[in-house]
Design a protein around this ligand. Structure first.
Ligand code: HEC
Length: 149
């Protein structure tokens, strides 16, 4: 920015702070840098218990007697999602889950329950919450743990 545009921006902003303070784009981090908070995962645990556990099981193994479903934690889950993005995962959950009542939760609830899934997969938590918006997650690639063979 040259001198004049800078002065102009300062003058405009001084008069109307809100106009110069749009919501900043979310800072995109990698899946290993803490993309959800512990408090969010805790909320997500409640969402899970209410809407997902009957099919995906308490330990996320998917090993349920009447509704056997894919596991949401551990090696096979992470291998399935390797090189896809958090946006893909969010979109699937948001559009198709709960399988018996698709798209019935709020975006924030999907974000919370995915935070719980990330925690169960032992990805680190951080300072900012996972946003409830697939578009904000397109650059967050899923990079699995190194599993000991
Ligand atoms: C009624 C049973 C049922 C419920 C409830 C349910 N799911 Fe599922 N889920 C499934 C089945 C079955 C699949 C396999 C894909 C399919 O058949 O659509 C699946 C697939 C998934 C997948 C993709 C797994 C993969 O690796 O391919 C995710 C993620 C998921 N569910 C998350 C959730 C979340 C989060 C909830 C709660 C908000 C939930 N599911 C509730 C049955 C269920």
């Amino acid at each position: 920015m040259g001198f004049l545009p800078t002065v102009f921006a300062i003058l405009v902003c001084a008069g109307a702070l809100s106009a110069c303070d749009p919501a900043p784009p979310p800072v995109l981090k990698g899946i290993w840098e803490g993309i959800y908070t512990d408090a969010q995962a805790k909320r997500g645990e409640n969402v899970y218990a209410e809407h997902c556990v009957q099919c995906h099981a308490e330990d996320l193994s998917g090993d349920t007697p009447y509704n056997p479903s894919p596991t949401l934690a551990g090696k096979s889950f992470q291998l399935r999602w390797e090189n896809k993005t958090m946006s893909d995962l969010f979109a699937l959950a948001r559009v198709q889950m709960p399988k018996d009542k698709p798209a019935s939760l709020k975006p924030k609830e999907y974000a919370d329950v995915l935070a719980f899934v990330l925690k169960a997969n032992e990805f680190p938590s951080g300072e900012t919450e996972l946003p409830g918006d697939a578009r904000a997650l397109t650059k967050v690639k899923i990079v699995r743990h190194e599993f000991v063979p």
